[in-house]
Design a protein around this ligand. Structure first.
Ligand code: NAG
Ligand code: NAG
Ligand code: NAG
Ligand code: NAG
Ligand code: NAG
Ligand code: NAG
Ligand code: NAG
Ligand code: NAG
Length: 790
């Protein structure tokens, strides 16, 4: 074994699924299932053995067992092994040995290669060598589908090769049926041979809808265990005639249809037209010509597709992303063209390099490991339990968000902070809701855009319009949010590091040279067991996170709370602030959490907060302590009471100020906050304050000489339309000044000095004698409610 193969094995060993399959296979609606009824997804690769030498390709390059092992290591679970009819029906082939067959074609070098790499095969007959290949694949736990590619050995398939349909020069139907029967019988006790493709790519002027499925009964009766796989007409690109009339066969649960799809054969102009439009059109055509069978409850095996794996063919690159999105969405069974990195001889060329080959020219490593990596996304079934389909019970799977141009899926990192691309096996479970939210299943988090060229985030405010995602463009593979009101939408995208971003939507139409690949996502259904360990890890981190910060998210505030309350009996209503005082600190903490985590969507550790509060002197310090502790996450129970009327508080506050500022302060009392919005609040405060001030003037004048009387004090309470938001306005102006940051206290300072830190305010350099009157949450302790005019 060469070092490079070891590398390959190492690289892919972890992706191989060890779950044993109970053979034989059969069908259940559109799915292939094993003997225990569990889904088996055919993730195959085509291995050619039908060209002129009639020997499986590559045996001159690598030992058979090494080839089988690299098939398994690349994550495939089966091989579609091609064979030419004459291998069995023409005795002049059947009697040849591998050495003779290669030498008669002048392939002495290949014969020498087989002698070195597979000495045991060199002098076997072609049939024995074919059986050896099947049995080696079986011993590596690979299933085998035998595909009759052609009659006369050689490269397939063209209009002019006389192998296209019954009655063509090399396609004698009786000989063909005889050959099929021989092949089916030959492997009637090989459980690993799970199916037979009866004939590859029926085609040509003789093709006939009333005859095309011949062979099915003969194969089934020769080997009732195997799947009978029928190719469509027109190079296996047309099964549309089945929408009218199904085939009439004596057996059930063994019939599979196959279909071939290449970028060059699908009628789309992948090279120069807009990829969104081509993808949509081609998928539409394929659905009409074969895909509809899935909806009718038939398995459809995409038994050939492939691209130039050097990545040099832009048309192929666009095609592959479109193909992968379809294959993932439909969770279809498939076979890649091809395994072989090179041929002994193909169309007259010795050692031809197969640029579509999964293996390199020398068969010793993957031709393009990033291609295999991408393909691995569709190697495991997305749906493996509670299979849906006509005649099957309904299931409730979740969604994955698949990114076909990388073959990865959107995953959340362990802190649920960042969204990035990761292995689909570790995909987060999403649900794309009726309200167009992309919700992380089992949580209240949903996907939200932050802005153009900014990472997308998870947030809990899912009702906002920006958290709603449309599937746009003809391909419907752009996931778009209306980020701004002026019609500017953004699309999910990735940056170089695979972080999920939102950017301006690109390539929605027109320009065919534009590559939308990074913005192509497909929301697919999955019932895969969510990787338990990862889920539990998420879960426990989530729970821990919650315990500290989020507690229980099942609550709402404001109008939303009223809606919840009135629409369901399971919600209670609580008013954490009563008469201007915080009474329910638990609810208040949740209120702040909701504001910080949900609406502002920020991590408090990364931000400064400006705290404003009630100026009721008796309680102010305790309230501040409380809020500080809460913001720094040490909530505790608080009890409080107060008895002083508001005008007395204001008066006392002014009296505590320097004497030369007092008159100016009385003259300029500004109201702010919702609780000052009562009718005539300002007039009443002004009147009561004036009484107190006048009384003080009268008292002091009574003690003074007549010639030094105090002037009356002008009291003026200012009310204005924005007073409800005045604290917010003032606060935001203050918080946006550079000086604000000098005035902030950090958590570290708080921990160093304790609650006393809130007694000093570096902005004002005074203690509790502030020039601003924030009356927003003040109580009014008279026996009459304040808002009623006396
Ligand atoms: C397989 O075919 C051979 C030859 O026709 C027959 O003798 C044998 O019973 C078959 N085995 C099974 C398991 O059907
Ligand atoms: C298809 O085969 C049927 C039955 O042999 C025959 O009647 C019919 O003419 C054929 N159609 C074509 C287009 O060859
Ligand atoms: C199916 O074929 C059987 C036997 O060839 C025949 O008796 C039956 O009428 C056919 N059914 C239909 C629906 O064509
Ligand atoms: C595919 O469908 C389009 C219409 O959507 C049609 O114009 C075109 O001819 C079809 N191509 C093929 C190859 O069926
Ligand atoms: C593999 O494919 C990618 C994407 O198509 C391409 O960029 C890269 O060059 C290819 N690598 C090799 C070794 O061909
Ligand atoms: C986004 O805006 C478009 C055009 O105004 C509208 O058709 C679409 O429904 C909006 N999408 C969402 C999710 O609100
Ligand atoms: C990707 O990650 C690297 C290393 O962490 C970093 O230097 C670079 O800025 C990142 N690129 C983007 C687009 O975020
Ligand atoms: C309320 O606070 C006062 C002063 O801090 C304290 O003495 C009293 O025990 C508290 N009452 C309750 C019910 O916690």
């Amino acid at each position: 074994m060469t070092p490079s193969l070891l590398f390959l094995l190492f690289l892919f060993a972890t992706t191989a699924s060890p779950a044993p399959i109970a053979l034989p296979l059969s069908t259940s609606s559109r799915w292939v299932v094993d003997d225990d009824g569990r889904r088996v997804k055919l993730a195959c690769v085509n291995w050619a053995a039908h060209l002129e030498p009639t020997v499986a390709e590559g045996l001159s390059k690598q030992p058979l067992d090494a080839i089988s092992k690299s098939v398994a290591a690349m994550g495939f679970n089966c091989v579609r092994l091609t064979w030419p009819l004459y291998l069995l029906t023409d005795s002049s082939f059947g009697s040849l040995t591998v050495r003779q067959s290669l030498e008669r074609l002048g392939l002495a070098e290949s014969a020498a290669g087989v002698r070195v790499n597979n000495p045991g095969l060199l002098d076997l007959t072609l049939v024995q060598a074919f059986q050896a290949v099947v049995s080696n694949l079986a011993s590596n736990s690979l299933m085998v589908i035998l595909d009759n590619q052609i009659s006369k050995p050689g490269w397939c398939c063209s209009k002019y090769d006389d192998n296209g349909f019954f009655g063509d020069k090399y396609f004698d139907p009786d000989e063909w049926l005889r050959g099929l029967e021989m092949m089916a019988t030959m492997f009637n006790s090989s459980a690993s041979v799970v199916g037979m493709s009866l004939r590859n790519e029926l085609r040509g002027p003789k093709q006939n809808v009333s005859l095309w499925y011949r062979g099915a009964e003969i194969v089934h009766s020769a080997n009732p265990d195997i799947l009978v796989i029928l190719s469509g007409l027109d190079y296996d690109k047309d099964l549309s005639f089945l929408s009218e009339k199904q085939v009439n066969l004596s057996f059930t649960k063994k019939l599979v249809f196959e279909y071939h799809w290449y970028g060059f054969s699908d009628g789309g102009d992948w090279g120069s037209q807009n990829p969104n439009e081509v993808c949509a059109m081609v998928i539409g055509n394929i659905t009409r010509k074969g895909g509809f069978l899935l909806e009718q409850g038939w398995p459809l095996f995409l038994s050939e597709f492939g691209i130039d794996q050097r990545g040099v063919n832009e048309a192929d690159n666009h095609f592959l992303s479109c193909f992968l999105s379809f294959a993932a969405e439909k969770d279809i069974d498939w076979a890649l063209w091809a395994l072989q990195g090179s041929y002994y001889i193909r169309e007259g060329q010795l050692g031809l390099d197969e640029t579509y080959g999964a293996l390199s020219w020398d068969w010793c490593k993957a031709r393009n490991s990033s291609f295999i990596q991408r393909l691995s996304a569709i190697q495991s079934p997305f749906q493996d339990k509670h299979l849906p389909g006509p005649g099957l019970p309904k299931s409730s799977p979740y969604n994955m968000i698949f990114h076909p141009s990388t073959g990865l899926c959107i995953v959340t990192n362990s802190q649920l902070k960042q969204l990035q691309l990761g292995q689909c096996a570790e995909s987060s479970a999403w649900s794309y809701t009726r309200q167009k939210n992309l919700v992380l299943k089992g949580t209240k988090y949903c996907l939200q855009p932050e802005g153009v060229s900014k990472p997308a985030k998870l947030g809990v405010g899912c009702k906002v319009s920006t958290a709603k995602w449309d599937l746009i463009s003809s391909s419907k593979m752009h996931i778009s949010s209306n980020l701004t009101n002026n019609g500017n939408n953004v699309c999910l995208d990735i940056d170089d590091n695979g972080t999920i971003m939102t950017n301006r939507c690109k390539c929605l139409s027109l320009d065919g040279t534009c590559n939308p690949g990074s913005q192509w996502f497909k929301i697919i259904r999955s019932s895969r067991e969510v990787n338990d360990q990862i889920f539990k890890q998420h879960r426990s981190q989530f729970v821990q996170h919650s315990a500290n910060v989020m507690a229980d998210l099942d609550f709402a505030i404001g109008e939303e709370a009223l809606i919840y309350y009135h629409s369901s009996t399971t919600y209670g209503l609580s008013y954490p602030i009563h008469r201007g005082q915080v009474e329910n600190w638990d609810a208040m903490e949740r209120f702040w959490q909701q504001c910080i985590f949900n609406y502002l969507r920020c991590d408090p550790e990364d931000h400064y907060f400006l705290l404003t509060e009630n100026k009721e002197l008796k309680n102010i310090l305790r309230q501040r302590h409380k809020i500080l502790k809460m913001i720094f996450f040490h909530p505790e129970i608080y009890n409080d009471s107060f008895t002083t009327p508001l005008p007395a508080i204001v008066d006392k506050c002014i009296q505590l100020s320097p004497i030369d500022t007092r008159r100016a302060l009385y003259k300029n009392i500004v109201l702010s906050g919702g609780s000052t919005m009562f009718k005539e609040f300002h007039r009443r405060l002004q009147r009561d304050l004036k009484r107190i001030a006048d009384a003080r003037v009268v008292t002091s004048n009574a003690q003074l000489n007549d010639d030094v009387k105090s002037q009356p004090i002008e009291v003026n309470v200012v009310s204005h339309p924005f007073q409800r938001y005045a604290v917010w306005f003032g606060g935001s102006v203050l918080a946006s000044t550079p000086e604000f940051y000098d005035a902030c206290h950090s958590k570290a300072e708080y921990q160093e000095y304790g609650a006393s830190i809130c007694r000093t305010n570096p902005v004002f350099k005074v203690t509790n004698r502030v020039g601003e009157f924030k009356l927003g949450l003040l109580p009014y302790n008279n026996d009459k409610p304040f808002g009623i005019q006396s």
